[in-house]
Design a binder for this molecule. Structure first.
Ligand SMILES: [Zn+2]
Ligand SMILES: [Zn+2]
Length: 426
C-alpha cells in the first residue's frame, strides 16, 4: 500500500482536517507542519486521480472536532494569563479529551496503521500552541524547568498557568547572638500566639520564640522585590541560636513562590537587606540561582571553621593547652549523640575529623580556640567531652573541665568544591 493510498483511505473516513491527516505521517520528512503534510497529500491524491481538489473545513473534522483551528486562540489565552508576569522561558502541556484520543486510534485503524503512528494530538497541540506563545510573549521554550508552565485543558476549555519559583543565592553573616536561622514558632501555642481566647504568655502573643530570625530579616525583602506570594529560606546547615556566623558567611537560597518579577537588581537587594537588618545580619554575593541550587546548598558536604571562647574549671598552663590542641589537630573523634541534641535524632556514635585546631590562653582559665572540622562535628562537645561521650576531647586531654562560653562560625565551605559554581546560577 502506498502513502497516497493510505492518505486516500484516511480522507475517506469522513471529513478529516489537514492537520489530523498529516499527523498520521508526522515522522515523514522534516520542516513541515502536519497541516502542510495533510494538505500536500490531499493535493497529490487529487492530481494523481485527476479529480477536483476538495479542501476540508477544520470545523467539520471528525477526529479533532475542529480543535486544530484553535491554536491561535489557545496561545492568546495563555499569553494573556501571564500579561503582568515577567518570565523568560515557558512550556506548554495539553490535556487531550479522551474522545479525541479514541478518534485518533480509530482513524489509524482504518489503514491498519499502528495506533501510535505519526504523533499524538497532544504533541501537535503542545508544539503549535507553544510556538505561538513564544512569538506572542517573546520568550523561549524550556522542556526542563521553565519559568512558566501552561496546561491546556481542552475539555474544560481552560488554561492552567503555573509560575515556577525564582531563587536568589547568597551568603549571610549573623553578627548578633540569640537569633535563630529560621522563624521559630512558639511550642506552647504552636505559633498561633494564642492559648484558647487569651494571648499566649510564653511568647507574649507573637507566636514566635524570638522576634527576629535570619530568615525573617532576608526572605521578605526578596519576596517583595520579586513580587511573589511566599518565600522559603534554605540554609547550608545552621549555627546554634547563640552562635554568631562571621567570616565569609553561610550559603543560603531564598526561594520566591509565584514571582511576578525575576530579573531583579541583586546589588540593590543586597543593600536593602543590609539596611533593613540593621547590622544584626549582613548578606553578600547575592545572585540569581537555578532551582538546582536549593539541593546543592542543602546537600553539599561542607566543612566548618569555628572560633570558640573556652572557660576552664581550673587553671591551665600554656604548654598543657598547646599539647592538647596538638593532639586534637588532625584527630579523628568519636562522638556519641550529645545530651543537648534533640532526642528525635538517633542515638549513635559518629566519627568526625578535626582538620585543624589551634588556640591560645587568654588567662589561666580562659582560652580562644579555632577549629576547622568536617560537617557534623559537635564543637561544644569536642571541648567539654560531654561526660565522656566525645573522645578525645579538650577537657579529657587536659584533665580539666572545659566548656564553650561563646561560639562563632567563621566559614562554611564545600569539602570538595565551592558552593559557587556557575552551572547553578541563572
Ligand atoms: Zn482535525
Ligand atoms: Zn506562644
Amino acid at each position: 500500500m502506498s502513502l497516497l493510498d493510505d492518505a486516500r483511505r484516511l480522507a475517506a473516513t469522513g471529513p478529516v482536517c489537514d492537520a489530523c491527516l498529516g499527523r498520521v505521517f508526522a515522522d515523514r520528512s522534516f520542516g513541515l507542519t502536519n497541516a502542510e503534510r495533510g494538505r500536500s497529500l490531499r493535493v497529490a491524491a487529487a492530481l494523481d486521480d485527476d479529480e477536483p481538489f476538495d479542501p476540508v473545513d477544520i470545523a467539520d473534522c471528525w477526529v479533532c472536532e475542529g480543535r486544530c483551528a484553535t491554536f491561535d486562540d489557545w496561545a492568546e489565552r495563555a499569553a494573556e494569563s501571564v500579561e503582568t508576569i515577567e518570565f523568560e522561558t515557558y512550556q506548554v502541556g495539553t490535556r487531550t479529551p479522551p474522545l479525541i484520543e479514541e478518534n485518533e486510534r480509530l482513524l489509524r485503524e482504518e489503514v491498519g496503521a499502528d495506533p501510535d503512528a505519526g504523533e499524538p494530538f497532544k504533541m501537535e497541540f503542545n508544539r503549535e500552541v507553544g510556538k505561538r506563545v513564544g512569538r506572542l510573549t517573546e520568550t523561549e521554550v524550556d522542556f526542563e524547568r521553565p519559568d512558566v508552565q501552561f496546561v491546556l485543558d481542552v475539555d474544560a476549555d481552560r488554561v492552567e498557568t503555573t509560575i515556577n519559583s525564582a531563587f536568589v543565592y547568597g551568603r549571610y553573616r549573623k553578627l548578633e547572638r540569640d537569633i535563630p536561622q529560621t522563624e521559630w514558632p512558639c511550642r506552647e501555642c504552636d505559633g498561633s500566639g494564642r492559648q484558647g481566647s487569651e494571648p499566649c504568655d510564653h511568647c507574649d502573643g507573637s507566636g514566635y520564640l524570638y522576634d527576629r530570625s535570619v530568615e525573617g530579616l532576608i526572605a521578605p525583602l526578596v519576596e517583595d522585590v520579586m513580587d511573589g506570594v511566599d518565600a522559603v529560606f534554605h540554609g547550608a546547615g545552621r549555627e546554634d541560636v547563640d552562635a554568631r556566623m562571621l567570616g565569609t558567611g553561610r550559603p543560603f537560597v531564598v526561594e520566591v513562590k509565584e514571582p511576578r518579577r525575576r530579573d531583579i537588581d541583586v546589588e540593590r537587594l543586597e543593600s536593602d537587606v543590609n539596611a533593613f537588618a540593621e547590622g544584626a545580619v549582613e548578606v553578600e554575593g547575592l545572585r540569581l540561582a537555578t532551582y538546582e541550587m536549593v539541593e546543592r546548598v542543602k546537600r553539599l558536604d561542607a566543612s566548618k571553621t569555628y572560633r570558640a571562647a573556652v572557660a576552664f574549671d581550673d587553671p591551665v598552663d600554656a604548654d598543657a593547652l598547646a599539647g592538647a590542641l596538638d593532639e586534637l589537630d588532625g584527630a579523628t573523634v568519636e562522638q556519641y549523640t550529645p545530651q543537648r541534641v534533640d532526642h528525635r535524632r538517633a542515638n549513635l556514635t559518629r566519627t568526625r575529623e578535626v582538620y585543624a585546631m589551634s588556640g591560645d590562653l587568654d588567662d589561666s582559665t580562659h582560652a580562644t580556640v579555632e577549629i576547622h572540622g568536617a560537617g557534623g562535628l559537635y564543637v561544644k562537645e569536642l571541648v567539654s567531652g560531654d561526660d565522656g561521650r566525645t573522645e578525645p576531647s579538650l577537657a579529657g586531654l587536659l584533665g580539666v573541665g572545659a566548656r564553650v562560653t561563646d561560639l562563632d562560625v567563621l566559614a562554611v565551605e564545600g569539602e570538595d568544591e565551592p558552593f559557587e559554581d556557575d552551572a547553578y546560577f541563572a
